[in-house]
Design a protein around this ligand. Structure first.
Ligand code: C5P
Length: 286
């Protein structure tokens, strides 16, 4: 094995997110419609001495060792391969962290694909998917990309008819969410509002993007504290008033996104959202 491989690591958006219940293993059974988009990190992977794993990024607060999900993925790769290996990863982050956009998961998936390229395709699809789940619940979807229904922990994937390419505006509010805290809040109450997943799937199948966008919903929006709920509500209103077909929070937040009928309304929405949040990204579903 020699040289290195560079791959894009695309963010994911939750067109819907439903929590079905808590499992005996501490995880939750989920039902989510997932969509990858053009907002992406860049991941370069180079072979290193056995046992030497390092993930360096352009963000000083991201750990470079075993706490980094990219390192977990590389270790899982060699555990599955059944022989010692090592990898140095250089990750150019563009996807915001703690956003619900699967940035770390996307990096981990890119690491698995890059290592498998460097190792001449030594792992088959099933082994790669198992290594992905060992790294994190959203990593299997990130391996696959596109549009998919994700169930179980997030790893039971059904590919769906692709959403037509659509302009997306992604906003990063000033607050952060704690994923375990949000799950605990959802556990402790009957969710008042649930996504119409069946209706969303039917709209996708029919290529009805307005029907999809209208049904976008995330149960975690119902579990936010007052301040966060207000910020999400304001951002969604700003996006919708600029012509978004629908808007929702992604994953366990705090990113809020809207789907737009054209670039001009997406640009307008970016301008309207900028004063309300930390960062705004214009992207496309793909
Ligand atoms: O698998 P991952 O490391 O991404 O999960 C992070 C945390 O999110 C878990 O420790 C768990 O608290 C929660 N989680 C869950 N059920 C899932 C996925 C994640 O409870 N299906």
């Amino acid at each position: 094995m020699s040289g290195g491989v560079t791959l894009p690591a695309r963010a994911k958006l939750n067109l819907s997110l439903d929590v079905l219940g808590k499992r005996a293993d501490g995880f939750h059974d989920l039902r989510m419609v997932m969509q990858s988009c053009s907002l992406a990190d860049e991941v370069r992977v180079e072979p290193a001495a056995p046992g030497d794993f390092l993930a360096q990024t352009n963000r000083s607060y991201i750990p470079s060792g075993d706490k980094n999900v990219a390192v977990k993925a590389a270790r899982a790769y060699y555990a599955a391969l059944g022989r010692p290996g090592g990898a140095h990863m250089r990750i150019t982050k563009r996807i915001p962290v703690c956003a619900g956009l699967g940035g770390g998961s996307a990096d981990a998936a890119a690491v698995l694909l890059a290592l498998n390229e460097l190792e001449g395709g030594a792992l088959d699809g099933d082994a790669l998917r198992a290594a992905a789940l060992a790294a994190g619940s959203d990593v299997p979807f990130c391996l696959m990309g596109g549009t998919a229904l994700a169930e179980g922990r997030g790893e039971v994937l059904t590919p769906l008819k692709a959403l037509p390419e659509t302009d997306v505006v992604i906003c990063m509010p000033y607050f952060n969410c704690s994923t375990p805290e949000l799950f605990a809040r959802v556990d402790s109450r009957r969710s008042r509002c649930r996504p119409d997943t069946a209706g969303l799937l039917a709209a996708l199948e029919a290529g009805d993007i307005q029907g999809v966008a209208r049904r976008m919903y995330n149960v975690f929006e119902d579990a936010l504290d007052k301040r966060a709920a207000k910020a999400v509500g304001e951002l969604k209103s700003a996006l919708l008033s600029c012509g978004a077909l629908g808007a929702a929070m992604s994953g366990s937040g705090s990113a809020v996104f809207g789907l737009f009928p054209d670039r001009a309304s997406a640009e307008r929405a970016r301008g309207a959202a900028e004063p309300l949040c930390r960062e705004v990204f214009l992207a496309r579903t793909e």
